[in-house]
Design a protein around this ligand. Sequence first.
Ligand code: ATP
Length: 365
Amino acid sequence: MSFLKIASAHKAYKTPEGGLIHALDDVSLDVRNNEFLTLLGPSGCGKTTLLKCIAGFEDIDSGEISFEEQSLKGVPAHRRPFNTVFQSYALFPHLSIANNVGYGLDVTGVAKGERNKRVEEALELVGLAGFGSREPKQLSGGQQQRVALARSLVLKPRVLLLDEPLSALDRKMRENMQIELKNLQHSVGITFVFVTHDQEEALAMSDRIAVVANGKVQQLAAPTEIYDEPANEFVANFVGTSNIFSGKVVAKDGALLTIETANQRQVLATSDRFGRGDHVELVLRPEHLKLAPSGNGIPESCIDGTVEASVFVGSDLHLHVDVGKGRTAIVHHRHNRGDDGERIEAGTSVKLYYSPNAAHLIKAI
Ligand code: ATP
């Protein structure tokens, strides 16, 4: 049985000038029971619209949203077995933490004993046992965000919809909360649909990621697959850093392809999806490009370039290498403690090599 299913959903908004914005453009997505699914995309791509349509705060123009095979058309938000945690979590300032968390239960008339037990359980789940009698202003931003989470969890929704809930927190707090949220999702067994524009957050937390751009799902896959095998150039550039070279397959030997790139001599890649004559984009992650030691023969694929800059970022040295035809390749070079000689002067000629297995190919459009 399918769990939460979005099928061919369309949603357009009218602009004041009389035009149309296609916020959702034929979106289909199957959310699985018990998973942590993230909608990842840049600002304005339609992820909040999708979340609101699932929640029932907005209606889709066409297509269908169903839960356990029942259409949700016409079902108001408060009758859907979902709950939403917003970025601006707005606790009631004059109510205690326990009463903030218990508010939804009070509205639905849950008996007092049961209500208090569930409030305590929810506070314990988010690491705030014993904080029930405090007021919101006595809590830090991160703690208040946890109260907002407890306020939703206490209602035991089948699906929790989270719209950028961590974006107001500082970096350290956000990283801690990412781990906590993921652990929490696994322990409570509630499906989470989480919206973010932060690719690191998405990679760190999700069972699967739906990358969204221009109202369309560009790719839906596990984090490692999104990173290692991006479906198109948008995903390759939006998730992580990519060096992308356009080229044409000129020879094929089993799975080993020889590719003639526009700005380089021939390079190699392995793939069983492409053949001679195909136009491809060769995607190389910065950590897969290595500096070739001078002098020796280089067994693997190799790209010539000139160093433009070397930037020290702590764990790594990032080399910006001009590889011709206006392209710059980014190379991540691991920094060894105390070694200042790793920096390479701008203008130095280098050879970058990579294992053909590390290259990912996508179809050129
Ligand atoms: P952000 O990360 O900035 O919140 P988003 O990916 O969540 O962005 P949406 O809020 O879903 O994007 O918006 C998608 C598109 O629809 C945008 O171009 C936005 O301007 C437009 N839009 C959203 N809500 C409305 C509305 N009520 N009226 C008109 N246009 C809207």
